[in-house]
Design a protein around this ligand. Structure first.
Ligand code: DCP
Ligand code: MG
Length: 399
């Protein structure tokens, strides 16, 4: 029978490493990503670039990430830039360029799925892969039963490097929980292979909070109860954990500490847009059937808004689609100043889109679409247009 092999792959200092591709002269230096446009490097008369440093930073920006050289000063993700400036005043500060990071994100994922098609996208710089059925994964090499899977891990890292010039760290174990832990054990440029038999030696000495799912609250409670390491958690009686953490979480803590996890790798793709459309029972005229059309249009906007809310997205662009009685299709898209999931806002902007299309012919269908989706409070999952840009979509396959 095949042994289950799951990989977790996480890019090293991702945003910073993408910037270093552009500015290789900064390699090895402390560099912090999180500035604004005013921190863009300035070309000098002699052809070199002048970089901003953290030293005189004033403002409310935060560090998105930092190179390992900057981390040596104690700088880390989510730290205020002013605090980072106090720790590493000479660190270079660069503006955040999400479009570029998304481009590299797509590149490394595309390279990986060429080798291992069962991929779960976990965000801009991390993925899970189910390697169980990938050719070679189960093979022994020169008498080493793990030779095949180790070679496959190296092939994945090489493919990422070849496609992007970037390094990543990979953990390969029988499940997602352990692989996520292991990808972090040998960062940067790590490849960590672990069988269940290796758990006591490699996993149990780690702090309990290293388990994905033990957040600051649970970790503080565990500490207060005298449980510091994963090993101590594994040694705790399940009944005792249930008593303190409830049945669900208590039993999960016990399973997790023993490295047990059978969650599948889910090859789900985040949607880039959500839309609703309706074909009328009889063709409606924009003027004679104005009220009926308006009501339908409002309902579509409300439906899209409730889809957004239910699925946990907000969107940045609003589009409308009309199909006329001669089957001709017209679309319009507008990009808003800010993300929204609000029905009235969507209705208002969709209404403005409508004002720019010919309305002298009967309609068969209308549709409303929201694009540029993201999880509230996160980075967008799809590329953005500049604020308030209009796109004329007659020939675009938008819906
Ligand atoms: N990020 C962010 N804000 C945070 C954490 C991360 O904007 N609070 C961004 C910047 C990171 C990217 O997400 O480059 C990936 O996050 P990671 O936690 O994987 O951090 P890095 O890839 O930068 O470093 P590591 O080498 O530790 O994975
Ligand atoms: Mg990373």
């Amino acid at each position: 029978m095949s042994r289950r092999w799951i990989a977790h792959l996480d890019m090293d200092a991702f945003y910073a490493s993408v910037e270093l591709l552009r500015y290789p002269q900064l390699t090895g230096q402390p560099v912090v990503i999180g500035g604004g446009r005013r921190h863009q490097p300035e070309p000098q008369p002699d052809g070199s670039l002048s970089f901003s440093t953290l030293r005189h930073y004033a403002g409310r920006g935060v560090v998105t990430t930092a190179t390992y050289a900057a981390r040596a000063f104690g700088v880390h993700s989510a730290m205020g830039l002013m605090k980072a400036a106090a720790l590493a005043p000479d660190a270079v500060l660069l503006p955040t360029d999400f479009d570029e990071y998304r481009r590299y994100s797509r590149l490394f994922k595309a390279a990986v799925v060429e080798i291992a098609p069962v991929m779960e996208d976990r965000g801009i710089d991390e993925i899970y892969l189910d390697l169980t059925e990938v050719p070679g994964a189960q093979d022994a090499v020169d008498g080493d039963p793990l030779g095949g899977i180790r070679a496959l891990g190296q092939r994945l890292k090489d493919a990422v490097h070849h496609a992007t010039g970037l390094s990543c760290s990979v953990g390969i174990t029988p499940n997602k929980l352990l692989s996520k832990l292991c990808s972090d054990l040998d960062k940067p440029d790590g490849l960590t292979l672990l069988e269940l038999s290796g758990i006591p030696e490699r996993i149990w000495p780690l702090p309990a909070k290293r388990i994905n799912g033990i957040g600051p609250k649970a970790s503080a409670r565990l500490e207060a109860l005298g449980v510091h390491t994963i090993g101590e958690l594994a040694a705790a009686e399940p009944e005792w954990l249930v008593q303190h953490f409830g049945a669900n979480y208590g039993l999960w803590l016990h399973e997790a500490a023993h490295g047990r996890d059978d969650r599948p790798v889910v090859t789900y793709r985040e949607p880039k847009s959500l839309s609703r459309e309706t074909t009328f029972e009889r063709d409606l005229h924009p003027r004679q059937d104005r009220d009926a059309l308006g009501a339908i249009f409002t309902r579509l906007c409300e439906q899209v808004a409730s889809d957004l809310e239910r699925k946990g997205f907000e969107g940045r662009s609003i589009g409308v689609k009309l199909r006329y009685d001669d089957f001709k299709i017209v679309t319009r898209v507008v990009t808003l100043p800010a993300h929204t999931q609000d029905a009235a806002t969507i209705r208002q902007w969709a209404g403005r889109c409508l004002k720019t299309v010919p309305l002298d012919q009967r309609l068969r269908l209308i549709g409303v679409k929201v694009e540029g989706l993201r999880r509230p409070g996160s980075e967008p999952v799809a590329a953005q247009e500049p604020a308030a840009a209009w796109r004329l979509g007659e020939s675009l396959p938008l819906f």
